[in-house]
Ligand binder design. Sequence first.
Ligand code: NI
Ligand code: MN
Length: 224
Amino acid sequence: MILKYLGHAGFALKADNHHVLIDPFLSGNPLAQDKAEDFAPSYIILTHAHGDHYGDTEAIAKRSNAKVISNFEIVSYLEKLGVEGHPMNTGGSFDFPFGKVKFTPAWHSNSFPDGSYGGMPMGVVIEAEGKRLYHAGDTALFGDMALIGEMGLELALLPIGDNFTMGPQDALAAVKLLKPKLVVPIHYNTFDVIKQDPAEFKSQVESQTGSRCVVLAPGQQLDL
Ligand code: NI
Ligand code: MN
């Protein structure tokens, strides 16, 4: 499984020879090294509909015929725009050709850039090629992360930016609940209000937990 960091909360996943994008915010993302046109995924997973996650979803999906996997409200909105989707909701899981997707709770809000209601925001657990990864989406720290951790996680992608989501201190507490083998900090340094030092977060994680932490530069990929 290959996971490429697109900057902010976006990832390009290659699993079982399928290409999947998660929260593809590329146009207008000051961190992005890739362009929306560089991708032709068969699926796009959205944690929620805020602009810094929804990003280029409509354009990419229309060009590549990608199916959008998200909650019922987000998929219904996209279907009106002519984009195909697979509606799910918090707590549900489904087997896709690339792997199994399960949506988890996330403590946040959720609306589209045009103000439309987006249903509940979510995190997502993806199980592919025998490995399980958790993308927390935008969320506050919550105790039930321990239940997600019980699934056994290879990797946790956790926001550390603060202001809109968990900051580094709460993300460190999240690592202690999730107990993943590997942690990658996300959702920081995109805007001034979410400036953080990922190297400091890495040293806290590795001195206080049993998890390893890898800081990915935008455009960098991880081989799992
Ligand atoms: Ni958000
Ligand atoms: Mn966000």
